[in-house]
Ligand binder design. Structure first.
Ligand code: TRP
Length: 343
């Protein structure tokens, strides 16, 4: 069976969205619409693997949806929805809980980081999180998954689960006339111009919603003044900008700001340095403020406009969920037959 080229990706509704989410994920989601059928999912079931305040969770689900729309994702040509509205995610995740091995999950580095020292007290959901992620992707038999570097291991696990399912049930799959591979091997699409946006206060740490300093990140809803002040305060070093990317290597803060500029301007770090190399940071930062305000300002104000109309957002999500459900139900029907459930 030939698999249709289909993109699936997810963003967790936990905490405010920032420039790292935009350049690392959402901006690429927008670009991929031209080449693929895309499903973009607000993964609320992943979010509750760690405690979320219910009122805040609702707000965040709508905010992520607003960001998708404000950035230019077209919910009529593609599918935008939240995970919990399509029950197939939970159903397929259970089947995958029975396919994946404890040994596989024990190797997941993100669980170890997130669970920290008190592993006994982590939720079972946090441990099984990668199986739910595999279910998200394979429920739609997606072939391409744009993700950050930190999700690469989860994508590898998804491929292992797909393969083990195909192998374990190969006689049943053949018997049902579903070909020799029911699930595809989804390809991670990692990289892009700024796959890793770092903290504005420390070039060795990722920009993060949980950093205690708000000056470490540019939030998508920051206004022009906030953007300007955060860029001006961004940590740099006393040297002028280097003339080529080689010169950025030992200078993480300079590398990060040049990377952000290049990503926002849809160009390369080399081209940015051709313009600003040898110059002072103050000149470069002024240009970066103008660029960031020009690119992010309209997204932030559109997000605010959309968030003020939750009825509209909820309608978009309901419509997306009902279209996602058609695809999900088809896969789940086959999965139930393959596994041997009566329906
Ligand atoms: N785990 C991803 C993250 O934290 C979010 C996610 C959930 C996802 N399901 C997905 C990403 C499926 C891609 C495909 O960033």
């Amino acid at each position: 069976m030939a698999f249709q080229q289909r993109v699936f990706s997810g963003v967790q509704p936990s905490g405010n969205l920032h420039l790292g989410n935009y350049l690392g994920a959402i901006k690429r989601f927008v670009e991929m619409q031209a080449d693929y059928d895309c499903l973009y999912c607000v993964v609320d079931m992943h979010a509750i693997t760690v405690w979320q305040d219910p009122v805040e969770l609702k707000r965040c689900i709508r905010e992520v949806t607003a960001a998708f729309l404000a950035a230019g994702i077209d919910p009529t040509k593609h599918i935008v929805f939240n995970q919990s509205q399509v029950s197939g995610h939970a159903e397929l995740a259970w089947v995958f809980n029975c396919v994946a091995r404890l040994g596989w999950l024990n190797r997941m580095t993100q669980f170890k980081e997130k669970a920290g020292k008190d592993r006994e007290n982590a939720s079972v959901g946090l441990y099984a999180y990668p199986n739910l992620m595999a279910a998200d992707i394979l429920l739609y038999r997606a072939t391409h998954v744009p993700v950050g570097e930190d999700q690469k291991q989860h994508l590898e696990l998804t491929r292992d689960i797909a393969q083990k399912f195909n192998n374990d049930f190969s006689p049943s799959i053949a018997e049902l006339g579903l070909g020799d591979a029911f699930f595809p091997q989804p390809e991670p699409l990692i990289g892009g111009p700024a796959a890793r946006v770092m903290s504005l206060r420390d070039g060795s740490k990722k920009m993060s919603k949980s950093d205690p300093s708000d000056n470490s990140r540019i939030n998508l809803t920051d206004d022009a003044d906030a953007i300007a002040s955060k860029v001006r305060k961004a940590k740099t070093d006393p040297e002028p900008l280097p003339s080529d990317v080689e010169g950025l290597k030992p200078r993480p803060e300079a590398e990060n700001l040049v990377g952000i500029y290049a990503a926002l301007a849809d160009t390369t770090k080399d081209k940015v340095l051709a313009d600003f190399g040898g110059g002072q940071f103050s000149t470069f930062k002024s240009a970066l403020v103008d660029l960031a305000v020009a690119r992010l300002g309209p997204i932030g104000s559109e997000m605010k406009r959309l968030v003020a109309d939750p009825g509209y957002i909820d309608g978009v999500l309901r419509d997306g969920a009902s279209r996602a459900r058609v695809l999900a139900d088809e896969t789940m029907g086959h999965v139930k037959d393959i596994v041997g459930f009566v329906r």
